[in-house]
Design a protein around this ligand. Structure first.
Ligand SMILES: Nc1ncnc2c1ncn2[C@@H]1O[C@H](COP(=O)(O)OP(=O)(O)OP(=O)(O)O)[C@@H](O)[C@H]1O
Ligand SMILES: [Mg+2]
Length: 272
């Protein structure tokens, strides 16, 4: 960790009708750390991601990314600043191959005017080559070689989660937002996900802001954890500090207990 603030949320609030989804939430994410939001269902975690992605506009407060206020940035410009995201429910093009999905993920780097594209100028050729190289690097990094030409619709759920991660990495983000990276994964896949997240921080130098329910994954990979409940901040600290915080235990269980027992069941089991 460099000790330099990458993202700064200041007194954020957002309200939907009568529901205060996020209420006066402040936190700083340091460059190079894995920072995790935890909290019971409906705590406001995904809403914080939607505020950073500019899908929602805060009712009060502000978000600074590299010192720049996001309030003037349109949702489609957020990726260009270096913020990438995966979703709580995977969002990929089902009827395209893994490779095609990743090439689409690079789209923010392909900003040539149409006339240049049509003439296939040297700069267009160079950026196409860079795109291919980056995509192949990410395929190697996440061990997706075996699936590169497979249609997403035919992939197992666990592989799709990795493809979604790959698509986000292809944009070469400075900040990666992961909304429940382990949801729907079995224990072994969750272990792999923990390795990927650590490698993304340690080898690629990408800062990670994550929402996660699986406390074993949270403890393994997080530098710091922010616990939320009913839109408010409950505790901020190391994974051990936050898990031991009486307010956090209360919010999850209503009484003292082992938070690691709250691991969500895979989506398939839940649906069954
Ligand atoms: N667009 C919206 N319109 C109305 N209410 C919303 C909207 N988005 C979120 N909410 C409400 O805001 C609150 C926080 O929701 P959010 O999705 O952020 O929770 P969460 O912490 O991500 O929960 P989970 O762990 O279940 O994913 C909930 O009460 C939710 O119903
Ligand atoms: Mg959520």
């Amino acid at each position: 960790m460099s000790g330099e603030t990458l993202l700064c949320a200041r007194n954020l609030s957002v309200q939907f009708g009568g529901v205060k989804a996020v209420s006066d939430v402040s936190f700083d994410v340091q460059r190079g750390e894995v920072f995790t939001l935890i909290g019971p269902n409906g705590a406001g975690k995904t809403t914080v991601f939607n505020l950073i992605s500019r899908i929602y506009t805060p009712t009060a407060g502000e978000i600074l990314f590299e010192g720049r206020a996001l309030s003037g940035v349109a949702p489609h410009q957020v990726a260009a600043l270096g913020i990438a995201r995966t979703f709580q429910n995977i969002e990929l093009f089902e009827h395209a191959t893994v490779l095609q999905n990743l090439l689409i993920g690079r789209h923010r780097h392909l900003d040539h005017p149409l006339w240049k594209e049509l003439l296939f100028t040297p700069s267009v050729r160079a950026s196409e080559r860079a795109t291919r190289e980056k995509v192949e690097q990410v395929i190697d990094f996440l061990d997706l070689q075996h699936y590169r030409d497979t249609m997403v619709a035919g992939l197992a759920y666990g592989v799709r989660k990795v493809v979604e991660l790959a698509r986000a990495l292809c944009t070469e983000p400075k900040l990666l937002l992961l909304d429940e990276p382990s949801s729907g994964l079995n224990v072994e896949e969750t272990g792999d996900m923990a390795f990927w997240i650590q490698d993304i921080r340690d080898d690629l130098g990408i800062t990670v802001l994550m929402v996660e329910h699986d406390m074993s994954l949270v403890s393994r990979v997080s530098d710091r954890v922010l616990a939320m409940s009913q839109g408010q901040v409950l505790a901020l600290g190391t994974p051990a500090e936050v898990q031991a915080h009486p307010g956090v235990i209360e919010a999850y269980l209503g009484s003292a207990g082992d938070l690691s027992s709250l691991r969500r069941k895979p989506a398939i089991e839940e649906a069954a």
